[in-house]
Design a protein around this ligand. Structure first.
Ligand code: ACO
Length: 317
């Protein structure tokens, strides 16, 4: 017995930072950002905190699934950095929504949802799990270098959630890692030794954009091909591909390699930027709420991120 997606939810901060406003912070332009990435604006936590947003997304997903918090058997949170180091973010969400199940975080950068789905698949296979909540919580604005124009323009904040229940929606899931600490990394931040010596580097995104780009296009394409092969369908039979929203050009290149028209990709990067692991949940939630998904459709999810990691999943909706 595997699982299906019973409900989705998402919540983003109210404050919108446009490309023109970004050009007042670093030397850039709306034209450069749009042409290279497809991003027009991003949401930034100003008046909300990450936990409040995570709880909103979780409650929305539970409501749309018709599941009560006390029915949950597990909560997994995907995050680069939750509200605290400990308790983990999933425990904080568990307390706020009033659930009583086990709860833990995973950090697989932007690929979080795919790894969480893979873990969920194992839990459902044990036969004791009936309902799982997966929550994404990402506050990228607190971990970018706001003086580095090559990275700070790319990211935004957001949260999302999915509720899973027993069923046969999942057709295949694959996850992948090729450890590399040079291409994309975030130092854990500075700390002080017993004698006052400051060690470590500030906690902010460091990235070789060109190398990430090459990895991304290849990883997203091969991930989708793999899950299609496992499920015995051709990529041409996919009704929708929901890709990690990192860069419109990456999405276009991957769709072209899959010989699929862009109309089958769900894209919302224009208004959110890259919200790391939350990006897939927010996109999936918007797609579900758009009413475009019909029962029986083939929907692929695909992502890549720090690690370097990547993954893909295929659902029969
Ligand atoms: N505004 C204006 N100019 C800029 C900006 C900016 N914001 N940023 C960089 N430039 C300049 C560069 O300095 C460079 O100038 P130069 O030619 O004089 O040296 C020029 O623009 C071109 O830079 P490139 O790096 O060649 O630009 P490219 O077309 O490769 O696009 C980008 C850069 C958007 C970062 C692209 O490589 C990309 O999207 N890579 C993938 C990034 C990504 O997906 N990251 C996900 C991380 S997910 C996670 O796990 C946290």
């Amino acid at each position: 017995m595997s699982f299906r997606i019973l409900g989705t939810g998402s919540a983003a901060p109210k404050f919108t930072l446009t490309n023109d406003q970004m050009a007042e912070i670093v030397e850039t332009s709306d034209e450069w950002i749009r042409q290279r990435t497809g991003i027009g604006s991003r949401r930034i936590c100003k008046d909300e905190n990450l936990l409040d947003l995570s709880v909103r997304a979780a409650e929305e997903a539970l409501a749309s699934a018709g599941v009560r918090p006390e029915e949950l058997d597990l909560i997994i949170c995907t995050t680069l950095r939750g509200e605290l180091i400990t308790p983990n973010h999933a425990c904080l969400v568990q307390e706020r929504i009033g659930a009583s199940c086990p709860a833990f975080d995973i950090n697989v950068a932007c690929t979080g949802l795919l790894y969480a789905l893979d873990i969920a698949d194992c839990y459902f296979a044990r036969g004791k799990t009936k309902k799982i909540l997966i929550v994404a919580a990402e506050e990228m604005s607190s971990i970018v270098d706001w003086t580095d124009r090559s990275t700070c323009v790319l990211f935004g904040d957001g949260t999302g959630a999915v509720v899973l229940g027993e069923g046969d929606g999942l057709r295949a899931v694959t996850v992948h890692a090729e450890g590399n600490r040079e291409v994309l990394y975030i130092p854990r931040g500075e700390g002080k030794l017993f004698d006052g010596t400051v060690v470590g580097e500030p906690c902010c995104v460091k990235m070789d954009g060109g190398e990430v780009y090459k990895f991304a296009v290849n990883a997203m394409t091969t991930g989708v091909q793999k899950v299609c092969e496992e499920a015995g369908i051709s990529p041409s039979e996919l009704d929708f591909v929901v890709p990690h929203q990192a860069n419109l050009r990456i999405i276009k290149a991957a769709m072209s390699r899959l010989h699929l028209p862009m109309e089958r990709a769900f894209v919302n990067i224009e208004s959110y930027g890259n919200t790391s692991s939350a990006s897939l949940y927010i996109a999936l939630d918007e797609l579900v709420r758009s009413g475009k998904l019909e029962r029986g459709m083939n929907v692929a999810l695909t992502a890549f991120g720090g690690g370097l990691t990547s993954g893909a999943a295929l659902f029969k909706w």
